[in-house]
Design a protein around this ligand. Sequence first.
Ligand code: NAP
Ligand code: MG
Length: 480
Amino acid sequence: MSEHIFEYAPAPESASIVDIRPAYGLFINGEWVDGTDGRSFKSVNPATEEVLAEITEAGPADVDRAVTAARTAFETVWGPMPGRERAKYLFRIARLIQERSRELAVLETIDNGKPIRESRDVDLPLVAAHFFYYAGWADKLPYAGFGPDPRPLGVAGQVIPWNFPLLMLAWKIAPALACGNTVVLKPAETTPLTALAFAEICRQAELPPGVVNIVTGAGETGKALVEHPGVDKVAFTGSTEVGKQIARAVAGTRKRLTLELGGKAANVIFDDAPLDQAVEGVINGIFFNQGHVCCAGSRLLVQETIAEELLERLKARMTTLRVGDPLDKNTDVGAVNSAEQLEKIRTLAQIGEAEGATRWSVPCRLPEQGFWFPPTVFTGVAQSHRIAREEIFGPVLSVLTFRTPAEAVEKANNTPYGLSAGIWTEKGSRILWMAQRMRAGVVWANTFNKFDPAAPFGGYKESGFGREGGRHGLEAYLDV
Ligand code: NAP
Ligand code: MG
């Protein structure tokens, strides 16, 4: 909706393919059940503020039912089942996801606010790929490097955030099931719908009851799940703050724990980088998924000699971003996921200005309804500024400069986080030199935000521990 070089006709994806029920129960032991204490909440479409459905809030008694169902399924069916048989179910789930991918993409976009182009072309293909990938491991665990007969852990309690609802579910559920564990998963309060659609897919795949259980709710439900004594393994993706609470709650118990937390990634551009390509990488690094990305390239470190030219090209490119209706196939930047998150982004942007950085936002008309924030860049940012240190989790880029590779490394690592990083340079030797020195779980070179189920993902320092994806991702779900 900004001033465009090209005018585009609207190209809305039809929402008629999704069938959202007015109300959802909990998915426990293969059945839809009511919550014990009758509490519920609403999920809304963040682009319109329209209420989508009434969602059951699971209390401690419901979490207990789900964990009990998962335990029984683990002991009687799923744990003893040969890997080659488990694989068949996972392949079936993967194929069903592919078959229903258009429907799931639309549903994800409606519940989350992300552009349909992303849910259709990124989220859903990766979700299916993740199930296919781990389906392939289910009968090969003795060859994964964890001994001749690696055993599952038991019941996994999994809590996920709202930025990639179905993809985070896939990252959690696929390896857990491949290794022979059963699952109780809590989706985020603002984005439960695709997890509930996944429950239907489990039924379609005739997955044995209790192998996957979905309990909806907010933080309290997550807390009840994490603290339940019947859970053998806790897997959490979310904020560092909640991750710390969970680490404390699990300390001293026999539970295994993996934490995938926040980030404040440096995207480092050297003066020999192909600039237009780097600009695309910066755009993708921070405006993909409205910047609601744990590994977002939210700190741009650009070599001083090219800073001016790069910023000029970046701003020119930013003005071509189309902000608006997430269901429109031309949209690049959709809605912020919730009023609460929008408030957080606004507050940090105001703090950036108050601390003396210079703000520039794309001049664009934002829709009246819903939650929106224009793509924004801050220049003149100092390392001490809060916008250089804290995760904003929105479409806001902080720009810093450097002169030498050593300074770039020092600034890139000057953060409590360590999830991801990007390097842009023509020199292969410099890529390797940098990658060895940056304390980040994932380092991209001349690209950004690229994902593959075979590649492990995870952090250092306050970005958490444990790896998801790849052979490494099996380890979190095996007794090794
Ligand atoms: P969050 O507030 O930590 O919430 C994450 C999940 O935990 C939600 O399901 C949440 O419930 C639940 N929860 C809240 N309090 C809890 C408690 N005391 N015990 C157990 N569960 C609890 O994070 P968010 O704001 O939704 O998500 C954004 C964060 O996730 C960012 O920091 C981002 O970097 C991080 N993230 C990390 C990765 C990664 O792989 N490293 C990937 C994606 C996102 P509600 O439904 O009430 O929120
Ligand atoms: Mg929603």
